[in-house]
Design a protein around this ligand. Structure first.
Ligand code: BGP
Length: 472
């Protein structure tokens, strides 16, 4: 590997969102319901019978009707890439339909065309916590092996449709999160407390086989396609240098690495097989599964990075902290966000080096950012803005560490900050946890003009992109 002094020339700078957190228009143009439409309190909250008034995601920021304006703002910042997802239930309203919904396909044609008009590459997540609700209700989501076929059909449809517009694809958003939030992540309606490890890991197996299978299909349809897996990355530090604590941290990380091990090396790691054996878990492999996993690894690894945690052999002796999906023991050396998430820029350098040492495949940071309560103010010229120096500070520190990792030799393809325009938060289902460079006037009670305003960080990020990260 050539020595790198900074981000490569074709580094993909941009921002990321997910369909369910921005689009709104939940029942427009033939869209079917998704798991998001019945979870008004967020990822781990209550599940309602049907859509309810208090579910902000039904309206979100109405990207469905504002995409042109929003993409123009991304272009103004100089984005090279825009990550969004396709809402599966816009394409197959029930998930198991015979024919796709043309109006849904047309919407994403419009979005991708708009990106390409400005030279922005779309980076598309096939499944970002948006399983069609019908699949959750009829099949209990990924617990059922038939999901593989439905997902293959959906993927084949969108690969064929967008083969000349989209080059970069991700299979499942934060695939490892299914162990923690089976409904939102895997469309599994059975409550988590009633699910056995056998059922949960069998569902994981179905998703992994589906991921390998659509990677194969993608490369058959267009050999130029670049397909990545997407995992929630969370470095786990031992709380002390006691070998027992070090081992506990390693074991916690292994559970996460299992997902990338299988996506890249194509095999279940030994520690997971041991866990299965010791817990009476017998994963049903069908003929061809092992070959699919082995022969169709992903082209790159993408991940979200927000925070790190600590681990101990005796966790009960320590206080546990809040976390993004996966919690852990509080690390006394780190500051926290307003939501209690540990802020750890160095952790990003560590995780980049760990991934690269382990797999030697290109890496892509597809989520990173600071959720904060922003204050809309009027500047001296009467323009509305947000003085979000805290956000610039957070990102500056993380990008500086990403650059260090590049200098360490890591092959980093790009960086898309999370929630580049304010959106509905996944964990809280509220607007008030904001991540964007662009403020959207939408409040937690659903009121607001939906006007978009540039925050101070907008110009800062534009500069970062202009200088290819030289000026952080
Ligand atoms: C990740 C999800 C995103 C996103 C982000 C921030 O886990 O992939 O969908 O929302 O976390 O989380 P939150 O919105 O809860 O602050």
């Amino acid at each position: 590997m050539r020595k790198q002094n900074g981000f490569k020339d074709d580094f993909l700078w941009g921002g990321a969102v997910a369909a369910n957190q921005v689009e709104g228009a939940y029942d427009v143009d033939g869209k079917g319901l998704s798991v998001q439409d019945v979870t008004p309190d967020g990822a781990m909250g209550r599940i309602t019978e049907g859509p309810t008034e208090d579910n902000l995601k039904l309206k979100a920021i109405d990207f469905y009707h504002h995409y042109k304006e929003d993409i123009a703002l991304f272009a103004e910042m100089g984005y090279k890439v825009f990550r969004t997802s396709i809402a599966w239930s816009r394409i197959f309203p029930n998930g198991d339909d015979e024919e796709p919904n043309e109006a849904g396909l047309q919407f994403y044609d419009n979005v991708f065309d708009e990106c390409l008009k400005y030279g922005i590459e779309p980076l598309v997540t096939l499944s970002h916590y948006e399983t069609p609700l019908h699949l959750a209700e009829k099949y209990d989501g990924w617990k059922d092996r038939r999901m593989i076929g439905f997902f293959e059909k959906y993927a084949r449809t969108v690969f064929n449709r967008y083969k000349d517009k989209v080059k970069y694809w991700l299979t499942f958003n934060e695939i490892n999160s299914v162990l923690h939030m089976p409904f939102i992540s895997g469309g599994i309606k059975t409550p988590k407390e009633d699910l056995s490890d056998q059922e949960l890991y069998q569902a994981v197996h179905h998703e992994l086989v589906a991921s390998a299978s659509v990677t194969k299909i993608a490369h058959e349809i267009n050999p130029e396609f670049q397909v990545g897996c997407m995992v929630l990355a969370m470095p786990t530090y031992p709380i002390s240098s006691n070998p027992e604590d070090v081992l506990a941290a390693k074991e916690a990380e292994n559970t996460n690495y299992a997902f990338t091990d299988i996506h890249v090396r194509g095999e279940y790691p030994g520690h997971l097989l041991r866990f299965f054996a010791e817990n009476g878990i017998d994963i049903q492999f069908e003929k061809g599964d092992a070959e699919l996993l082995k022969n169709h690894p992903v082209d790159f690894i993408s991940f979200s990075y927000y925070m790190s945690v600590a681990a101990a052999a005796h966790p009960e002796e320590y206080s546990s902290g809040a976390g993004n999906v996966i919690g852990g023991i509080e690390n006394p050396h780190l500051e926290k966000s307003e939501w209690g998430w540990a802020i750890d820029p160095v952790g990003l350098r560590i995780v980049l080096n760990d991934f690269y040492d382990r797999y030697r495949v290109p890496l892509f940071i597809v989520e990173n950012g600071l959720g904060a309560k922003d204050q809309l103010i009027q500047d001296e010229n009467g323009q509305y803005t947000v003085e979000d120096d805290y956000r610039m500070d957070y990102m500056q520190q993380h990008l500086a560490q990403a650059k260090e990792a590049v200098k360490d030799g890591v092959d980093l393809m790009g960086y898309t900050s999370w929630g580049c325009i304010d959106l509905v938060s996944a964990s809280t289902a509220q607007m008030s946890k904001r991540y964007g460079f662009i403020y959207v006037d939408r409040n937690d009670d659903g009121s607001g003009s939906l006007n978009r305003y540039k925050k101070k960080s907008f110009d800062w990020y534009k500069k970062v992109i202009e200088t290819n990260g030289e000026n952080l």
